[in-house]
Structures are given as C-alpha cells and as structure tokens.
Design a protein around this ligand. Structure first.
Ligand SMILES: Nc1nc2c(c(=O)[nH]1)N[C@H]1C(S)=C(S)[C@@H](COP(=O)(O)O)O[C@H]1N2
Ligand SMILES: [Mo]
Length: 207
C-alpha cells in the first residue's frame, strides 16, 4: 500500500509557478522566458500565478464523509481509496470540492477559446481519499480510455470541468464532465497531453 503524500508534492510546483509569475511581473527577462507566452494577440495567461482563479472555496474537504448522491451519478472513482470502496459522485458533490476556472483554446472539442469551471482533479482525489497511486485509468461514456499519470495532477492544475462558459455540458457538448489541461499557463506538448483531455468522463480508477 502506498503512503505517498502526493498532496505535498503540489506545493513546490505551485511555489515555482508563483516565482516565475512574479519574475514575469517584474519584467525579469529570464522570468519572461520561463513563462509560456502564447502567439501574439492571444489572451494573457490566467491572471493567477497558479494558472487558475478560485471561484468558490470547498465546503466538502478531505476527511469529510462523502454525501450519498441525490442527483445523477456522473462519475465513479475506484481503486486505491482510503475508504476501500468505490465512490459515486453527482455534480453537486463534485462542485462542493471547491471551484476554480481558467481559459484555454479548446481546439479539439468546442473549437475555440472557452472558460472552463470545475474542481481541481487533485482536490477531487484528496476529497475521495485517493492520496496515493501513480496512475489514473480513465474511461469515457463512449469507452474511450486513457491513463493520466498522477504526476500531472500534482504538477499542474488539471481540472475536472463541470461547466463551460457558464453552461452545463451535455453529453453532446462533451459533458457532463471533462478533463482539462491548463495549456495557457504551462507548456504542454499536444502530442502527449491532447489524448488526456478525456471528455464525457465516466470513471477514474486509481492505481
Ligand atoms: N470521450 C472521449 N474523449 C476523447 C477522445 C474520444 O474519442 N472520446 N479522443 C481523445 C484524443 S485521442 C484526443 S487527441 C483528443 C482530441 O480528439 P479529436 O482529435 O478526435 O478531437 O481528445 C481526447 N478525448
Ligand atoms: Mo488523439
């Protein structure tokens, strides 16, 4: 059984990101070089040095008992969980784990720049007791499947989006939930990372 304190790995990455952003703000050349700049004319990276803006603090936190779903179950989390058994989540429960947002160019699905709002995957995993593991095996409603290394969620503000541009995402619109990567704020090679933008997410298995 792994006792890896994965949450702690988040801190250095965020501190580093903040330092880079501060250097950029002060106009330091090396800081500017380190911060990713998009093509000329594209929107500036999200205002926050962490790459996301906090919209709502969590009201459901790690260690709190998880409420039984009252709405439609949109996501099942299984595998290496502190509670031992799989967790079934509705949108309301997911959104109690704290809401963040950031904008990205969603070339692959929406086809343009949008703002996603949702919960950080790291927060969701911590709240359901998935503090260990090295891989997230994910599957979608259409049976698309992809593995997300746990290091992604520790290093980057990978989001489980529950809305896009203020609207719920239907299945036709790649919902009800989708995994989103912070491509505005971090230099993420599309060859590696695009396949990890799984939409119509159905399940996460922690291994
Ligand atoms: N649910 C679901 N999510 C998915 C896919 C899919 O088929 N179904 N394709 C993935 C792959 S392989 C990539 S590269 C990106 C973009 O897919 P597209 O180029 O087919 O739009 O979305 C990913 N997310
Ligand atoms: Mo792909």
């Amino acid at each position: 059984m792994s006792t890896t304190p994965s949450r702690r790995r988040t801190a250095p990455a965020l501190v580093a990101a903040a330092a880079v952003a501060l250097l950029a703000l002060t106009g330091c050349a090396s800081g500017q070089a380190a911060a990713r700049s998009g093509p000329a004319g594209s929107a500036a990276p999200s205002a926050s040095p962490t790459g996301y803006t906090v919209v709502a603090q969590p009201t459901l936190r790690p260690g709190d008992p998880l409420p039984e779903p009252t709405g439609t179950v949109v996501l099942t989390v299984s595998g290496e969980l502190a509670g031992g058994k799989a967790v079934h989540l509705d949108l309301a429960t997911i959104e109690k784990m704290g809401l963040v947002e950031y904008s990205v160019d969603d070339k692959q699905a929406e086809g343009h720049r949008v703002t996603f709002r949702g919960v950080l995957l790291r927060s969701l995993l911590d709240t359901v007791g998935a503090t260990g593991g090295t891989t997230l095996h994910t599957t979608a409603i259409n049976d698309y499947a992809v593995d997300i290394p746990m290091s992604d969620v520790d290093q980057y503000p990978v989001m489980l989006a529950t809305s896009v541009d203020g609207q719920r995402m239907t299945v036709e619109r790649y919902g009800p939930t989708r995994v989103v990567y912070p491509t505005d704020s971090f230099d993420l090679d599309p060859v590696t990372y695009d396949p990890r933008w799984i939409w119509q997410l159905k399940s996460l298995e922690v291994e």
